[in-house]
Design a binder for this molecule. Structure first.
Ligand code: GRF
Length: 186
């Protein structure tokens, strides 16, 4: 694997996770070299404001070319709401990661995104919530777990308040994990 420390971030929404990745680049020694979105979204605007090359596309051949063109070492899915085709999962095996707002294998899979995840956590009566960074495989949220961070569930939590605290942890866990993975790849 080449040691560019260039990462591509894939996003579909508000891009607050992308923003944390942009803000932490220097501290954690990686470079956000490309942002890919499958639709018009605030994440794209954040990338443009930070002068990061962007690609809005659903064409995986085109996306594949952009990854090569920008010498991407690691793909980071940060709120990317599209299933990754199996051939990309294979081609980028162990070089594509996702952050999910639960302690997988709990509360993962299809339909488990955004506030739905913390609704499920509260409905299950869990006392601990959290987030997971995992490798991406063909199974949604089913790839090997790399790192997790926990958050205590409070008696008066709503899905929104819990979601907020989990997202704070996500924004620390993800840059840390990226740094570790890039260091291990050396
Ligand atoms: C994060 O909670 C992440 O866990 C999930 O999507 C959310 C991204 O939100 N995969 P944002 O678009 O980065 O604000």
């Amino acid at each position: 694997m080449s040691d560019t420390r260039n990462i591509a971030v894939f996003a579909s929404g508000t891009g607050t996770t992308l923003q944390a990745l942009i803000d932490n680049q220097t501290e954690y020694g990686y470079h956000v070299a490309l942002v890919v979105a499958n639709r018009t979204c605030t994440a794209l605007e954040r990338a443009q404001t930070a002068h990061i090359p962007t690609l809005q596309s659903c064409d995986w051949t085109k996306i594949g070319h952009a990854l090569t063109q920008h010498s991407i070492q690691l793909i980071v899915l940060a709120g990317f709401l599209t299933i990754i085709p199996e051939w990309i999962c294979h081609k980028w095996e162990k070089r594509i990661i996702n952050i999910h707002p639960s302690l997988l294998p709990k509360h993962g899979g299809k339909g488990m995104y955004g506030v739905h995840v913390q609704e499920a956590v509260l409905a299950a009566g869990d006392t601990v919530a959290g987030c997971t960074v995992h490798y991406v495989s063909a199974e949604v949220d089913g790839g090997h777990i790399i790192a997790q961070a926990t958050v205590e569930v409070l008696a008066n939590d709503t899905p929104e308040t819990l979601s907020q605290r989990v997202q704070q942890e996500e924004k620390k866990l993800l840059p840390q994990t990226i740094e570790q993975l890039l260091n291990n790849a050396k």
